[in-house]
Write a protein that binds this ligand. Sequence first.
Ligand code: PLP
Length: 281
Amino acid sequence: MSICYVNGRYLPLAHASVNVQDRGYQFADGIYEVIAVKNGQLWDEEWHLDRLERSLAEVQIAMPCTRPALKHIIRQVIQQNCNVEGGLYLQVSRGVASRDFAFPKPAPKPSLVVYIMPRRLGQSTKGVRVITIPDMRWKRCDIKSIALLAPVLGKQQAKEAGAFEAWQYVDGIITEGTSSNAWIVKNNTIITHPASPAILNGITRMRLLALAKENGIAIEERPFTVAEAHDADEAFASASTMVVVPIIKIDDAVIGNGNVGALTMRLRGLYEEAFKKLITD
Ligand code: PLP
């Protein structure tokens, strides 16, 4: 049975609920994080909590508790779920108040929900197809907001097209996937959109960039076009639970020779190695 932390209580997930006047429910007025968890260990926990604090500060929501208290809750949730492998989901909303757009005064206590979505990490290695779609999101994609209607519609579009993910574009420039960062490889250089308000600066993205640097792999953090993506030697997507997913087709364009890319798999290997070390340390 899955156990969920919700506002001070640990409950079976099916019985965990929030007030209908929670601003997360009514306005999507909240922030979330997903942290990969395996064998009781969290991957890049501090970076995720740094990003959580940053996102909350950008929308002026207070941390629901101190960072040590939050880490204690996270560990309780992991333990109560018997160290299950998956994505630890953490959501903070502005709290419960009567429905008024402006911030309630005095500020309500932020709501906190933590549970685990059980899943195998990094399962997809076969090579997948992505489609490209217009990016319909707001202009602060660097904030990990729970307002996800555009990505929901985009992912559904991908699913109906028989694709794994949709890569979104603005003025012909690929920003990112609906729930992942977008990468191409050209002439042994890995290319990804620079961190900016147009994308979520993925923690997996940052870790991969650090590993690439350490291992002498050439990197270009720059915008790239849909046409460049179609013409890439390799392509892949990254996110915390999917890790590195090789892409072999973008729209109807076959990428490289149609096989999973060598540099893509090297990066995936470096990532897995880094976390194996972390887990056994
Ligand atoms: N970009 C978007 C829009 C996302 O929703 C996500 C993950 O949910 C990512 C990128 C990847 O972020 P991370 O590597 O921190 O999981």
